[in-house]
Design a protein around this ligand. Structure first.
Ligand SMILES: Nc1ncnc2c1ncn2[C@@H]1O[C@H](COP(=O)(O)OP(=O)(O)O)[C@@H](O)[C@H]1O
Ligand SMILES: [Mg+2]
Length: 372
């Protein structure tokens, strides 16, 4: 372990030297600098694992010493050595970038070695953590650009599948038989489904790579909700679902990304309808509470989610056991995407649910998004 000792007192240097020599578990390479200028020079030309820094030197004293060394330490840990009863200086040194401080009193001999080893372990742990973070970041970024390219490549042929099946359905080059018309409809519907899926996967990868962009549009929640409900392909009235919207008279406008907020509401209302039995009823409520923010609740009386699975359904491709038992189709990408979109607005998405009783999804946007 390479240590730079910045210390002008000869007796202190000798003491540190003998303490380090006594340690049988580790070998130390000790360099000594008597002034800040000398220390800075050594730091620029050599690598160290730890800096032991006395604050009172011929060319600098106090916190200024920490500042001048910290500026050139390049991330190497600094342990400050202060005179007896200088605890406050030690504490201040931490704010100026030191990792630890030791007071030179009678216990100093005993704690020095421990502090040195501890600093070493901390440096190793920090380096490993940083490497792991960089690797994860790199993996996410490359995955994201891979998916972006792949989506682009998939979309072009898909658009011809959609375009040609549409042309066939329009009888462009001759009448289709009933069977052929059915096939063409199927081709078209599957193509549309795939196109939607590709878009969702692309959005997911942007969220994971923190690359999602949120526009700041003024949004009228009431008209947005109306638009969302109008765009859902609800089964015809009668023995099917009903959506009941409860809005207070006065609902403030909010700032947010209109298209993404629409996506959020569509996904949640679509789930509420999809996971409800025929004839089920879905309630949509919105309110503004000054302290909490802007809240939208979507409540159904459907199949519900087992308590133990609520956390996992927010993970990509995860679905509840209930949705499989009831054979309800889905990919498990809606909720993770929705959660990411809400969080990109600084908000939260939570689910409360009970099996066979129903589910309530709650979106909360912070008050800072409310236009008073
Ligand atoms: N309103 C709801 N009622 C019951 N289960 C739900 C509801 N919303 C979501 N889930 C469960 O969470 C899972 C993940 O939802 P989502 O990501 O939207 O995927 P999916 O494509 O399956 O709808 C669903 O598969 C379902 O098991
Ligand atoms: Mg869904």
């Amino acid at each position: 372990m390479r240590i730079l000792l910045v210390e002008d007192s000869r007796t202190s240097v000798l003491m540190v030297q003998s303490l380090l020599e006594d340690d049988k578990d580790e070998t130390y390479e000790l360099s000594v600098a008597g002034t800040v200028a000398e220390a800075r020079e050594q730091l620029q030309t050599h690598e160290f694992d730890l800096i032991l820094l006395d604050l009172t030197l011929p060319d600098s004293s106090g916190l200024a010493t920490v500042d001048s060394i910290f500026a050139v330490s390049g991330g190497t840990g600094i342990v400050v050595l202060t005179a007896t009863s200088d605890e406050q200086v030690g504490l201040d040194a931490l704010k100026h970038g030191a990792q630890d401080f030791l007071i030179k009193d009678e216990t100093y001999r005993k704690v020095l070695l421990r502090a040195v080893k501890y600093a070493r372990q901390r440096a190793v742990a920090e380096r490993e953590l940083k490497e792991a973070q960089e690797l994860a970041e790199f993996a996410t970024q490359s995955k994201s650009s891979f998916i972006a390219n792949l989506s682009h490549e998939l979309r072009s042929p898909l658009n011809s599948i959609l375009g040609f099946s549409e042309m066939m359905l329009e009888n462009m080059n001759g009448e289709l038989s009933d069977k052929h018309r059915e096939y063409a409809k199927d081709i078209h519907a599957s193509g549309r489904y795939l196109l939607g899926l590709i878009g969702t996967v692309l959005d997911m990868s942007k969220i994971e790579a923190n690359r999602i962009e949120i526009h700041d549009d003024p949004v009228d929640p009431q008209s947005l909700l109306q638009e969302v409900i109008g765009s859902l392909h609800l089964p015809k009235e009668g023995d099917f679902e009903r959506i009941v919207v409860h809005l207070p008279e006065q609902l403030p406008h909010i700032r947010g990304d209109r298209i993404k907020l629409k996506q959020v509401l569509i996904n949640l209302i679509d789930n509420a309808v999809k996971y409800s039995p025929k004839g089920g009823m879905v309630d949509v409520e919105a309110e503004w509470l000054q302290d909490t923010g802007f809240i939208v609740r979507i409540k159904d009386r459907g199949i519900g989610i087992d308590q133990t699975q609520i956390a996992s359904v927010f993970e990509p491709f995860e679905r509840s056991s209930g949705s499989r038992e009831h054979a309800i189709a889905g990919t498990g990408l809606g909720l993770p995407l929705t959660k990411g979109l809400v969080e990109a607005h600084g908000g939260t998405l939570t689910l409360e649910s009970q099996v066979n009783v129903g589910t309530t999804a709650t979106v909360t946007l912070p008050s800072s998004r409310v236009i008073a």
